[in-house]
Ligand binder design. Structure first.
Ligand SMILES: Nc1nc2c(ncn2[C@@H]2O[C@H](COP(=O)(O)OP(=O)(O)O)[C@@H](O)[C@H]2O)c(=O)[nH]1
Ligand SMILES: [Mg+2]
Length: 186
């Protein structure tokens, strides 16, 4: 006898996303916030941290392995190797230390050199809890220009401390990754 059962078999897509940027901008704390919805000040990253999180994107469960790279110079030489096989990237700077934005091109160059040059990359300006409206406006202008100049997929303000702006950049990246997979590019 055969019985018909309701079967739910969501599509699971597993990808690697590399997270980079100068040390101390809040990369690890951002991922902790995404994982726990809490502000858990991170212990300084030594080498690389891994975090696997599932994101629901339409019918697809997107399982992202985040490779959270330490920004210190002594680990930089290993970074190109760690970038291989990434499907997307996140680069972060600290809005309270605008000079950290000028360090991003170096990370982007290494990321793209060892991957598809069309790798979708999102720029995050973290720690917006520390700046006022005026400064936000100025930084948004600089970040918009940066996104155009470097062909990035988007720019978002966020704060790992307050939780503001955390979900949008990750859903945006998730949608881009699922679209690329449909086109056979992941
Ligand atoms: N005010 C504020 N501090 C933050 C925020 N995110 C991280 N931090 C602090 O910045 C420091 C560096 O964070 P960490 O995640 O280790 O930076 P990483 O080196 O980029 O991984 C820690 O003391 C965090 O508590 C934020 O959104 N706002
Ligand atoms: Mg870290």
């Amino acid at each position: 006898m055969t019985s018909t059962k309701f079967q739910f078999t969501p599509d699971v897509l597993t990808v690697k996303v590399v997270v980079a940027g100068p040390g101390g901008v809040g990369k690890t704390t951002l991922l902790k916030r995404l994982e726990t919805n809490n502000y858990i000040p991170a212990i300084s990253t030594v080498g690389v941290n891994f975090l696997v999180l599932d994101h629901e994107i339409g019918e697809t469960i997107l399982r992202i392995a985040y490779w959270d790279y330490a920004g210190e110079d002594r680990f930089k030489s290993l970074f190109p190797g760690y970038c291989q096989g990434s499907s997307g990237g996140i680069v972060a700077f600290d809005t309270s230390r605008i000079q950290t934005l000028s360090e991003i091109p170096e990370w982007l160059k290494m990321m793209k050199e060892h991957n598809d040059p069309d790798l979708p990359v999102i720029l995050l300006g973290n720690k917006i809890d520390t700046i006022g409206e005026e400064k936000r406006k100025l930084i948004a202008e600089a970040a918009d220009k940066f996104v155009k100049d470097y062909g990035l997929s988007g720019y978002y303000f966020c704060s790992a401390k307050s939780g503001e702006g955390i979900s949008s950049p990750f859903s945006h990246l998730g949608i881009l990754l699922v679209e690329r997979e449909r086109k056979g590019k992941v």
